[in-house]
Design a protein around this ligand. Structure first.
Ligand code: HSE
Length: 306
């Protein structure tokens, strides 16, 4: 195989109670990437459309992730990487993760799959390290594996794939402000109150259980965040109003998507999701705030070959 074209999906990290350990894969928004072998023994970013991003390999998350993969194989094979970017950087739906996960997935395919999908996660995490200063896996794991994923441990890395209840729909509203993950991590407190930690791990355990039992109500009740949301929500225009509107319209739960500024509403079925989407949309229009809006199923496949 000389080249491959793929769809690299957006992802939603944290899911309120699972900061840095929980994420799921979306299917209605993502980037397209074309990766080709070259003959110059170098990884090159040859084209980026849609967004202004670094073309220098060492400064580009896709370039860094592919270099990490090739280094572990002692391979001198070069690749040209083209990215057609549809996920806005700094939106909170895994823009950097899509590029780094997509790039290592494609290169692995071209090389005859020396690695399993799970084994690709640490390479893609190097892209996250470049983008945010922290090599978290809660976006890259669902981008590569599809569905819901839990990072049980970082050292050593252990990622667990979880079931996806079929009727879950996600509404994502992205206020058009750019919030760098690095910045929204910098404002977080480094210690937590025991009472809040108890609430958080209770919710996380219950959320995992709800995925196995397809208990949508429990899933919704577990989307609670006592630790991160109170700090980060201040950066999101009308966060509390949006949450109230979404829950009143029947959303199961509502929270910050990744490091923000996007917010998500989890819903059961398309009818409720459409209603919630329209209510949030109307509210932001009245307030005069520019936004993007996505409505998505859970993508259980992850990256797709085009
Ligand atoms: N878990 C990360 C954070 C996701 O919230 O900072 C950001 O990509």
């Amino acid at each position: 195989m000389e080249e491959i074209k793929i769809f690299a999906p957006a992802t939603l990290a944290n899911l309120s109670c699972g900061f840095d350990v929980l994420g799921c894969c979306l299917d209605s928004v993502g980037d397209e990437m074309l990766i080709k072998k070259n003959t110059i023994n170098e990884v090159k970013i040859t084209r980026i459309t849609g967004q202004l991003l670094p073309m220098e390999t060492n400064e580009n998350v896709a370039g860094v992730a592919v270099q990490a993969l090739l280094k572990s194989l002692n391979s001198t094979q070069g690749f040209d990487i083209e990215i057609d970017k549809h996920i806005k950087p700094g939106s909170g739906i895994g823009s950097s993760a899509a590029s780094s996960a997509g790039a290592v997935y494609a290169v692995n395919k071209i090389l005859g799959e020396p690695f399993t999908l799970k084994e690709l996660i640490p390479f893609a995490m190097e892209g996250e390290r470049l983008a945010s200063g922290n090599a978290h896996a809660d976006n890259v794991a669902p981008a590569l594996m599809g569905g819901f994923n839990l990072v049980r441990s970082y050292e050593p890395l252990e990622v667990i794939s979880l079931p996806s209840p079929p009727e879950i729909r996600v509404v994502i509203l992205h206020p058009l402000i750019e919030l760098k993950t690095k910045d929204s991590r910098a404002i977080l407190k480094q210690s937590v109150h025991l009472k809040d930690a108890v609430s958080q791990w209770g919710n996380l355990g219950a959320l995992i259980s709800s995925l196995y039992t397809e208990d949508y109500e429990l899933f919704g009740r577990s989307l609670e965040d006592k630790i991160i949301e109170p700090v980060r929500s201040i950066l999101i225009p009308y966060f509390d109003d949006l949450k109230k509107i979404a829950l009143e319209r029947g959303a199961l739960g509502f929270g910050i998507s990744g490091s923000g500024p996007s917010v998500f509403a989890m819903c059961k079925g398309d009818v409720v999701a459409t209603d919630v989407r329209e209510a949030m949309q109307l509210f932001y229009k009245v307030k005069g705030i520019d936004f993007d809006l996505h409505q998505s199923k859970i993508n259980t496949q992850g990256i797709k070959i085009l």
